[in-house]
Design a protein around this ligand. Structure first.
Ligand SMILES: NC(=O)C1=CN([C@@H]2O[C@H](COP(=O)(O)OP(=O)(O)OC[C@H]3O[C@@H](n4cnc5c(N)ncnc54)[C@H](O)[C@@H]3O)[C@@H](O)[C@H]2O)C=CC1
Ligand SMILES: O=C(O)C(=O)COP(=O)(O)O
Length: 336
């Protein structure tokens, strides 16, 4: 690949300091500005060859059209739904992400939400802080023997599956691309969504946000689920339709929801967050020291690869994600 000249990079969000250090070690001038308004970004973007973002910076067509010198948009993370990739491509701007750097962290938070939902941990903790000792109110249910439906069997979906299997959950799923034989090798039986909805005690979504996944769970699909189904969204706001979710929670069709992401972040309308059967986080899936270190380092190295004209195929370095099935195999008694 021909080297690309990148002399200035703007980092518009809180990205691990290794990112800046690697870029500077390679002669790139870095500016960090973390609270830019859209107008500010539009006014300043022309001064930069590269832009590094996380999920909060909306790199819309008007930002891209104002970016006279921009050659690369680096997303230090997975989802690129905050970047208008079509507009960037039309302008010849490369968009790259670091898709494996935060996989484990997002999977672990999903598991934490599933476990918290089953045992009402956040609600019980809040009640204790208020001076109560309410053992009856927070009666839970075991995850053992329950059915977990995983919609989207990519990196995160797979890691959630292998972890929740160790709690004795049956894992079923759907993905239009991952071959059923592959997901079967990590213990997930694939089926159509029509077959999946009525079987699940818990559903977790792990797809990108795109036209086909907006409102994947809606009034119609909630109606096909078991009464009291619990749902987790650690992927993107809107994959579970928020208004439909609120209606399902109010009717009891949905027994609880664990939400890390929202259509609007932070959400102005707090009716979901305030619902007693909802537990939520402020988009924390990737917010671990380890994930941020990997994503910050990876995006910087990928930009440096471009400057040096290194082949980008395989630039996204493999991560040891398969440790979970390996550990499970080693720890599981031979007769199971
Ligand atoms: N909460 C957080 O902080 C984080 C959220 N994410 C979100 O999680 C999403 C998934 O991440 P990864 O697993 O790494 O992505 P991935 O690309 O490895 O997996 C996504 C899977 O979804 C499948 N898919 C696409 N359309 C589908 C549909 N209509 N129905 C069912 N499956 C469909 C794809 O075939 C693919 O296997 C990201 O796109 C991002 O939006 C990712 C990291 C952190
Ligand atoms: O990587 C992703 O897709 C995420 O959602 C993480 O977003 P963040 O980098 O924490 O703003």
């Amino acid at each position: 690949m021909a080297p690309i000249s990148i002399r200035t990079v703007l980092i518009s969000e809180s990205v691990d300091p290794r990112c800046r250090a690697i870029l500077e070690e390679n002669g790139i001038r870095v500016t960090e500005k973390q609270t830019m308004k859209k107008e500010e970004l539009i006014a300043e973007i022309k001064d930069y060859d590269g832009l590094v973002v996380r999920s909060a910076t909306k790199v819309t067509a008007d930002v891209i059209n104002a970016a006279d010198n921009l050659k690369i948009i680096g997303r230090a993370g997975t989802g690129v739904d905050n970047v208008d990739v079509d507009a960037a491509t039309k302008k010849g701007i490369i968009v790259m992400n670091t898709p494996s750097g935060n996989t484990i962290s997002a999977a672990e938070l999903t598991c934490a939400l599933l476990m918290s939902l089953s045992r009402n941990v956040p609600q019980a903790a809040m009640s204790m802080k208020q001076g109560n000792w309410d053992r009856k109110k927070f009666m839970g249910a075991e995850l053992y023997g329950k059915v977990l439906g995983i919609v989207g069997l990519g990196r995160i979906g797979k890691e959630v599956a292998t972890r929740m299997q160790s709690f004795g959950m049956k894992t079923i799923g759907y993905d239009p691309i991952t071959p059923p034989g592959v997901s079967a090798s990590w213990g997930v039986e694939q089926m159509s969504l029509e077959q999946l909805w009525p079987q699940c005690d818990y559903i977790t979504v792990h797809t990108p946000l795109m036209a086909a996944t907006v409102g994947l769970l809606n009034d119609e699909t909630f109606a096909k689920c078991k009464r009291g189904v619990k749902v987790v969204n650690c992927a993107r706001g809107g994959i579970i339709d928020e208004a439909a979710l609120l209606r399902a929670l109010e009717s009891g069709q949905c027994g609880g929801a664990g939400l890390d992401v929202f259509v609007e972040e932070p959400p102005k309308d707090r009716s979901l967050v305030q619902h007693p059967n909802v537990i939520s986080c402020p988009h924390l899936g990737a917010s671990t020291k380890e994930a941020q270190a990997r994503c910050g380092e990876d995006i910087a190295l990928q930009i440096v690869d471009m400057v040096k004209g290194n082949n980008l195929v395989g630039a996204c370095r493999p991560r040891p994600h398969s440790f979970a099935p390996l550990m499970l195999t080693l720890l599981r008694p031979a007769w199971t």
